[in-house]
Design a protein around this ligand. Structure first.
Ligand code: SAH
Ligand code: SF4
Length: 440
């Protein structure tokens, strides 16, 4: 989501003559787009700002200037503190304000020494005012935000406070964007939202559409070969969306469906609003609909009050579901969230040991999944050059990174690849001879 937001910032700044550069050292403007989800990410902002300040000093010593901006959720949550602790910052703005960047830049130029702070929540205005160009810098695979914000209020999470209430963009606007992207050569779209499967909106036919319905419509756009969506909440996995996994060939057989924990007691304390059995039933229905569906998830270990038995329930859930990929984190108390105020915080060494055990299990599942791909031939969208000469890197339908020997002119194309090796974080293979000849 932050990658997408950064690209949109580049879009709004382009008419002012700004373009993105690869390194910050000699830039006219540096914007840190920040994440507040865990303490570690938030802390990084201040150390990064120290580095950027040195770059600003060097530019000024040479008679030039550097505008410094802090964007994203740390700006939203700690804007005043940034202004106080880092007075050399010119603009501070939250995730729903960046369409106003041109005005902020102009105001910063006039404000001489006082930072411009913008942390409004006007998400409708934002989408209305963003330029309607195909996204900057996107290759054959691109993101498209369809939903923002969250009303779920899981007790550990800052998102509802930093990104605001749930908002679904109108279907017509999304379809418009997708058509424009496809016309510009994008063949894979990932629909984005904090709770993307909670998306609903008025369709062009006047009816109330769910995400499943929207995906069916997107699949009809010429040139759009692949559709993905992330990130989803188990409770919003509607029948129509599950059915789309059966019926829509363009919808890729990979789903990120975070569960966070495997113990009912902890799920309840997290305010996830479902129990482990409900999660299992949803997974069963999904697999009935799409037997080869690869699953990914997010997990938190060491939530306040988590016992060894609770943690064992998480391990058990992971064993029962079997993940192709996953993200796992130590619980990080976030200011203002209910869980941060709970007693029974889990000691750091216990969190570390649990994280290690969980990651060992998840890594072994990922390796096993990648190994089961060996011998199969699957469609791979070639997205970028690899580190080795003559090698391209792409994504399988199951989101695996695939290394393949192929000529550079095949970048952006979907090619069949026979998988020869499955490793921890990727697979590798070759284009079958018949297809390699086509390319010549
Ligand atoms: N909307 C998504 C999650 C968005 S946040 C969902 O409900 O699944 C991305 C992930 O960060 C979460 O799934 C969670 O695993 C992790 N996370 C959020 N807050 C956290 C915290 N306080 N400590 C540790 N991990 C956290
Ligand atoms: Fe955070 Fe996701 Fe829960 Fe919303 S549903 S509060 S974004 S973890």
């Amino acid at each position: 989501m932050n990658v997408y937001d950064s690209e949109r910032m580049a879009d709004v700044l382009a008419p002012l003559g700004y373009r993105t550069v690869d390194t910050p050292d000699n830039a006219d403007m540096v914007i840190l787009n920040t994440c507040h989800i865990r303490e570690k990410a938030a802390e990084k902002v201040f150390s990064e700002l120290g580095r950027v300040r040195q770059m600003q000093d060097r530019r000024r010593a040479g008679g030039e200037d550097m505008v410094i901006g802090v964007a994203g959720c740390v700006a939203q949550a700690e804007g005043e503190e940034i202004v106080r602790r880092a007075p050399f910052v010119d603009i501070v703005f939250g995730p729903q304000s960046y369409h106003r960047l041109p005005e902020m830049v102009a105001r910063a130029a006039r404000a001489s020494g006082r930072a411009v702070l913008e942390t409004d929540f006007d998400v409708v205005e934002k989408f209305d005012r963003l330029p309607k160009t195909p996204p900057a810098g996107s290759g054959p695979a691109a993101f498209l935000t369809v939903q923002e914000g969250c009303d779920k209020f899981c007790t550990f999470c800052v998102v509802p406070y930093t990104r605001g209430a749930e908002y679904s963009r109108p279907a017509a606007d999304i379809l418009d964007d997708a058509r424009r992207m496809a016309a510009a050569g994008v063949c894979e779209i990932t629909l984005l939202g904090q709770n993307v499967n909670a998306w609903h909106g008025e369709g062009p036919d006047g009816g109330d559409w769910s995400l499943g319905r929207l995906i069916r419509e997107l699949a009809g756009i010429p040139g759009l070969a692949r559709i993905r969506y992330t990130t989803s909440h188990p409770l919003e996995m509607s029948s129509e969306l599950i059915a789309a996994h059966r019926d829509v060939a363009e919808l890729m057989p990979y789903l990120h469906l975070p569960v966070q924990a495997g113990s009912d007691r902890i799920l309840q304390a997290m305010n996830r609003r479902h129990d482990r059995d409900t999660y299992f039933r949803i997974i069963d229905r999904l697999r009935e609909s799409r037997p080869d569906l690869a699953l990914s998830g997010d997990f938190i270990v060491g939530f306040p009050g988590e016992t060894d038995r609770d943690f064992e329930q998480t391990m058990d859930l992971v064993r029962r579901v079997g993940y192709a990929q996953a993200y796992s984190f130590k619980y990080s108390p976030r200011p203002g969230t209910p869980a941060a105020a709970l007693g029974a915080q889990v000691p750091e060494d216990v969190k570390s040991a649990r994280l290690q055990a969980l990651q060992d299990l998840l890594n072994s599942q990922q390796l096993a999944f990648n190994r089961t791909s060996v011998g199969r031939t699957m469609d791979v969208l070639l997205e970028r050059k690899g580190r080795v000469d003559g090698q391209l890197v792409g994504r399988s339908p199951y989101m695996q990174a695939v290394h393949v020997a192929a000529p550079a002119h095949r970048l952006g194309r979907i090619v069949p690849v026979t998988i020869a090796e499955g490793k921890a974080n990727s697979v590798s293979g070759h284009i079958p001879a018949t297809h390699a000849e086509d390319a010549a």
